[in-house]
Design a protein around this ligand. Structure first.
Ligand code: GDP
Ligand code: IMO
Ligand code: MG
Length: 427
């Protein structure tokens, strides 16, 4: 059986959690392959609402094996807090598997993230402050602590010492902060070792065997294409690869085993943090999208920047990820608008760009070329088939499909699991 990658087409918060949860019953493994607790996925099941950060969204489906892949950075205090919260609500987390090669976010990563942002001042990224960037920086500098290091105290101590040597210099001399003691960090990390040990596996091998046995593996991204460190709006990005290639490196599953790439896109655009966003609305229309769409971050509570759908971004996501299907979410939020602008191209200093401009300078200068599509007034939250949608809503979905470079296979018309139109099956 194939593996399926599920990722974000825009700047995150597209509704990946809901989409993963929807596929839950047809999936055997759900693998988080990148990022860490910078993610925030809201899943609504009946009258219960869950906010997941580090745990894969598959945790909510009985029988699914949730996997934290090697590409993830794990804050162990957050992991166990989230497990405890879930278990207190009756969600069984005993099936959770964690890669021995996943990296650990330590207290010094969190501190470096916060202090680094403060010192960037106006140039700040607007990170979630969870230590994500510094943890990935250590990974690439070969100074990282991995999950497997928790089971060899001598190695753990060596690694923490190595990582803190230059960081303490920087903290004390550059940032005017106190030095961090190696012992404190090692002691804290070791408090998690015993509880973590039974969860730790060679997840690449586990997943390969599962695929050989005909199981269905869903690779679930945190963040999104435009936040990818290689393909996003660098430097206003996260520090991992939430794109389809990252699904392979972050899980240890080869590209030849992935034959479906599902991208989740909102029927409009949102972004949290700094960086360019051509369709951003700084007016009453933006406020309306934020209010009706409840666009406030799950992780930091920050109001999300809102704007119209950007088909250039969608086409770019389709190309970079090899998208086979789109899941279009939050169509219901657009109900009540007379006309809905959709960005079909950019004007960059007088030149029309139908594709993503090559440089960030051009992207910063991009202003949207809009096409106006007719809106609708009818409540669509009860629609369960395309035929149930008013003509204009159907035409909106069809227009987006024609502009975005891949078929729209699922349409979301509400936050609940059931508030979904399945146009064609994803598995
Ligand atoms: P993720 O990070 O991609 O998983 O997305 P978030 O959970 O951060 O943000 C998506 C929000 O939209 C959540 O609050 C979902 O419950 C909600 N949501 C998902 N799909 C729909 C939909 O079709 N309509 C509406 N109104 N809300 C939705
Ligand atoms: P989900 O999985 C939206 C943004 C931050 C910041 C930038 C870098 O819920 O879609 P980081 O802390 O990762 O170094 O911050 O990336 N960001 C997200 N924005 N949704 C997310 O995750 C995000 N994770 C990080 O706001 O601009
Ligand atoms: Mg989110």
């Amino acid at each position: 059986m194939p593996a399926i990658a599920l990722l974000g087409a825009q700047w995150g918060d597209e509704g990946k959690g809901k989409a993963t949860d929807l596929l839950g019953e047809r999936v055997d493994y759900v693998v988080k392959f990148n990022g860490g607790n910078n993610a925030g996925h809201t899943v609504v099941v009946g009258d219960q609402k869950y906010a997941l950060h580090l745990l894969p969204s598959g945790i909510l489906t009985p029988g699914v094996v949730p996997v934290i892949g090697n590409g993830v950075v794990v804050d162990l205090s957050v992991l166990f807090r989230e497990i405890d919260e879930m278990e207190a609500r009756g969600i069984d987390c005993s099936r959770l598997v964690v890669s021995a090669n996943a990296h650990v976010i330590t207290p010094y990563h969190v501190q470096m993230d916060k202090v680094g942002e403060r010192f960037l001042g106006k140039q700040k990224i607007g990170t979630t402050g969870r230590g994500i960037g510094p943890a990935y920086a250590d990974k690439m500098s070969r100074l990282g602590v991995r999950v497997q290091d928790l089971f060899d105290e001598k190695i753990l101590r060596q690694k923490v010492e190595g990582a803190l040597e230059t960081k303490n210099q920087l903290l004390v001399k550059g940032y005017n902060r106190k030095a961090i003691a190696v012992d404190d960090v090692v002691t804290e990390i070791l408090t998690y070792a015993e509880r973590l040990k039974p969860m730790v596996h060679d997840t690449s091998l586990l997943l390969q065997r599962a695929l050989d046995d005909g199981k269905v593996v869903l690779l679930e991204a945190g963040q999104a294409t435009m936040l990818d460190v290689d393909h996003g709006t660098y430097p206003f990005v996260t520090s991992s690869n939430p794109t389809a290639g990252g699904a392979c490196t972050g899980s240890g599953i080869p590209p030849t085993r992935i034959d479906r790439v599902v991208a989740v896109a909102k029927a409009y655009s949102t972004r949290v943090g700094e960086g360019p966003m051509p369709t951003e609305l700084l007016d009453a229309d933006g406020d309306r999208l934020r209010d009706v769409g409840a666009e406030f971050g799950v992780t930091t509570g920050r109001p999300r920047r809102c704007g119209w759908y950007d088909a250039v971004v969608a086409r770019y996501a389709a190309r970079v990820n090899g998208v086979t299907d789109f899941v279009l979410t939050k169509l219901d939020v657009l109900t009540g608008l007379e006309q809905i602008p959709v960005c079909v191209a950019y004007d960059v200093d007088g030149t029309r760009h139908d594709e993503m401009p090559m440089t960030q300078t051009e992207f910063h200068h991009a202003t949207p070329v809009y096409e106006l599509l007719p809106g609708w007034d009818e409540d669509i939250s009860g629609a369960r088939a395309m035929e149930d949608l008013p003509k204009a809503a159907r035409a909106y979905v069809e227009s987006l499909e024609a502009m975005s470079g891949a078929p729209i296979s699922v349409v979301g018309v509400g936050a609940d699991r059931d508030a979904t139109i399945a146009v064609r099956p994803l598995i």
